[in-house]
Design a protein around this ligand. Structure first.
Ligand SMILES: [Mn+2]
Length: 321
């Protein structure tokens, strides 16, 4: 179906709704929160009951996004809010979003709207507002609001700019397109402050986090034959330094911006004998295909996986065994 029709249908459903629940995926980032909060603010502006849900507590750094004050992480909201619409943002499937069981338990069959830009999206919604060429889910929501003639307020502009800046790596990675820059330019005209949003998203790390980055950067290895650079983050690093997980999240993007390598892979030890791998590339390589082989997924230029095992140091790189 033409995406314009999908947007119109989604507008119809939202206008008829009484209560709307917006959902951001687990381990939330600026895109899932910015896109969801934009719709939350719009829904409230047309008189709807609207609240947000994320299975994880929102990191402090995202609390400036207007609408995050209406987020809960207690799943009882799926019952108490009695949502007739549940809109899910930036998630390929409901299990990844972390809400599969909660949605299944809602008795009155709410309409599910799926806003996303991942090529791996399984179209789990009753309505699938999916544009795999968009830089971000925030850009999908920007197109959706414009298609409905919605006035983009300063608050909504701040939400959407947060999502676009997050997923384009502040307009530096391959997700950066003419349309994402045009959307951002319009959002600035509508009152969003790019300086303020960029400060909140990037200049937010404590000194101890950068000391830890230093240790992780010192572990970098490069396999010239494969063109793959790898490094490792251990639980011990985080525990000993007292650095929060959210403050090492940006490492793979940082390496992708500065390192001359075909592919970057950052391995991070998780609790319970698991290892998370984050692939990045700035080359003509589809890292989501590599991530899929490892049981993960994502975008062509940014993908990841979680696997059972431990991180092992080899001569030319770090790997999971
Ligand atoms: Mn995204």
């Amino acid at each position: 179906m033409n995406i314009k029709f999908v947007y119109q249908e989604a507008h119809e459903i939202l206008r008829q709704a009484r209560s709307i629940l917006v959902v951001s995926h687990r381990k939330p980032d600026g895109d899932t929160l910015g896109a969801a909060c934009a719709v939350l603010n719009y829904a409230r502006s047309i008189g709807k009951d609207a609240v947000g849900f994320c299975v994880d507590v929102l990191p402090e750094q995202y609390r400036y996004i207007p609408g995050t004050e209406r987020y809960a992480n207690d799943p009882s909201v799926f019952l108490t809010a009695r949502p007739d619409v549940i809109a899910v943002f930036d998630a390929s499937d409901l299990a990844f979003a972390g809400v599969l069981d909660f949605i299944a338990a809602v008795p009155h069959q709410p309409t599910i709207i799926n806003f996303d830009h991942h090529a791996t999206n399984v179209r789990f919604g009753d309505i699938n507002a999916l544009n795999v060429t968009a830089s971000s889910t925030a850009e999908v929501v920007y197109d959706f609001l414009n298609a409905g003639g919605v006035e983009i307020t300063r608050e909504i502009a701040t939400c959407l700019l947060t999502g676009i800046l997050t997923d384009t790596g502040s307009f530096s990675n391959p997700a950066t397109t003419a349309s994402s820059l045009e959307a951002a330019s319009d959002l600035l005209r509508r009152g969003a402050s790019i300086h303020e949003v960029a400060r909140r998203l990037m200049r937010n790390k404590p000194l101890k986090a950068l000391h830890l980055w230093g240790a992780v950067l010192a572990r970098l290895k490069y396999d010239e034959r494969l063109g793959v650079a790898t490094t490792a983050i251990f639980r011990k690093d985080l525990e000993e330094s007292g650095v929060e997980d959210e403050h090492v999240e940006g490492l793979s993007n940082f390496l992708n911006s500065f390192l001359n390598a075909k592919v970057v892979l950052v391995l991070k030890e998780l609790p319970g004998g698991l290892v998370k791998g984050s692939f990045r590339t700035a080359d003509e390589i589809d890292v989501s295909a590599i991530a899929k082989l490892m049981g993960g997924g994502g975008h062509k230029k940014a993908a990841g996986f979680t696997a059972q095992g431990r991180i092992v140091e080899g001569e030319k790189g770090w790997r999971v065994e």
